[in-house]
Design a protein around this ligand. Structure first.
Ligand code: NAP
Length: 424
């Protein structure tokens, strides 16, 4: 297994919310697999930098690409969130923010702390489960996050946060909202926060024909009535779901920091149950001090794919495959978000992987002669092995225990490599 981070587990370490530890249980299954004497891990090893993909395909019987989505969709507005400008503009990609609070080394320099310490209002564009994760982390009492494995630097910044209101804004209506009911229910029950009625509130009156749509409306109505108690009304933080709005223009103040967004109001093209909306001539301005774009992840092609005859669909951001293979003549397979697009929970990705695993196993029955002699030894000296990872893991757990946390993550590759060198 080749991995560009020093540590394994990808999205379950750097994507899953720290307050959803049960979702990370699949790491135990991965660790079981790693116990096989036939498994080797090369962490800190980047394809195209340390190893070439065609080299792997030539030396192994089969290669499986399971590298997910390492970028995000863009809105095509004049200004997009970039790591370099985020701090001055207050415009963040949800993917960067999620990486930051989960301790992903490249997002340590996001430096959002200063902004959090000043901002009162935040807007999240998009209403998928990532948007709800971001909202929950902004709204949750930091004391409740302390026992988790959230980055200690992020937690310190969240303790200084002044954010008191979050708007979650989507281009379509409640009936077609991308979040799942479980995640909305969780946000609705967040202690010390108050859900304001959605904008517009009209959909709460709808009587849709499908069960799933009815449940969305019932859920929101009951979350609203639960939050109408005195305790909730006096809560320090509020949030709101806002519908039928597409961002039109970011409005910046004199010092270049965001002060609001101008939105185009959308309306259903047919009945509310039809999923499509169209823009109207109406616009609306929403003030904000921080923006998080959360409109979906996006996969990128790896260097060397062309040489293998693989086709990357740049529009959809996926690798095309047939029966798991990226080219019927090659020994390269693809599974998960790189092939399906960035949709679905871990269970759906697992089902895709099992199907590709079956194809791969069938393929190997007739094709297994290569040695797996992979890459030149000098470059591999920098690689982190599975036993190195076990030492990092034990250290993170040990520090976490001392601090009353489930894990105290290393926050940079340099710290991880430094620890491994010193403890050799
Ligand atoms: P998502 O579920 O696809 O949601 C994307 C959101 O962005 C939708 O509201 C979408 O609106 C909106 N959007 C897309 N393009 C837009 C545009 N050009 N302008 C305005 N809005 C736009 O993506 P995600 O939230 O990144 O989540 C990715 C996957 O991970 C999902 O399957 C999610 O369920 C899963 N996940 C699960 C959990 C969990 O189980 N707790 C946590 C995090 C993520 P439309 O619907 O109108 O397209």
């Amino acid at each position: 297994m080749f991995e560009r981070h020093c540590v394994p587990f990808g999205l379950t370490r750097f994507g899953v919310a720290p307050d959803h530890p049960e979702v990370k249980n699949c790491q135990e299954r991965f660790a079981d697999v790693a116990r096989s004497p036939h498994f080797r891990f090369f962490g800190n090893c980047e394809i195209g930098r340390d190893v070439e993909l065609p080299q792997l395909a030539a030396r192994y019987d089969a290669v499986l690409l399971a590298y997910g989505a390492q970028s995000e969709r863009r809105l095509s507005l004049p200004c997009e969130p970039e790591l370099a400008t985020a701090r001055t503009q207050g415009l963040y990609s949800a993917r960067h923010f999620v990486g930051w609070y989960n301790g992903e080394p490249e997002f340590r320099r996001l430096l959002i702390g200063e902004q959090l310490a000043r901002a009162r209002r935040a807007v999240i564009i998009g209403n998928g489960n990532v948007a709800l994760d971001v909202a929950r982390i902004l709204l949750r009492n930091p004391d409740a996050l302390h026992p988790t494995d959230i980055s200690s630097e992020a937690l310190a910044s969240l303790r200084q946060s002044k954010v008191a209101h979050v708007d979650i804004v989507a281009r379509r209506g409640l009936l077609h909202a991308a979040f799942t009911n479980k995640e909305l229910r969780e946000l609705g029950r967040e202690p010390d926060t108050h859900m304001l009625p959605p904008d517009p509130p009209t959909e709460l009156e709808l009587r849709p024909s499908t069960r799933a749509m009815k449940r969305k409306i019932d859920l929101l109505n009951s979350a609203l009535s639960e939050t109408s108690s005195e305790t909730k009304k006096n809560a320090a933080k509020t949030w709101k779901l806002s519908f039928f709005k597409s961002p039109r223009k970011y409005i910046f103040g004199n010092e270049g920091a965001i002060k609001g967004i101008e939105w185009t109001i959308n309306k259903y093209t047919e009945s509310p149950e039809s999923s499509s909306v169209a823009p109207t001539n109406e616009t609306v301005f929403l003030p904000t001090d921080l923006v998080f774009t959360s409109i979906g992840y996006r996969s990128l092609p790896l260097p060397g794919l062309d040489e293998l005859g693989a086709k990357f669909d740049a529009q959809r951001g996926v690798l095309l495959r047939s029966r798991g293979r990226v080219n019927p003549k090659s020994n390269v397979f693809a599974a998960g978000w790189i092939a399906t697009g960035p949709v679905g929970v871990i269970a759906s990705t697992m089902m895709d992987s099992f199907a590709v695993g079956d194809e791969l196993a069938k393929f190997l029955e007739g094709n297994s002669s290569n040695t797996g002699e992979t890459v030149d030894a000098e470059k591999m000296d920098r690689a982190v092995s599975w036993s190195d990872w076990q030492r990092l893991n034990e250290e993170e757990l040990r520090l976490g225990k001392l601090l009353g946390r489930s894990r105290e993550k290393f926050l940079s590759s340099a710290d991880m490599l430094g620890f491994l060198n010193e403890s050799r």
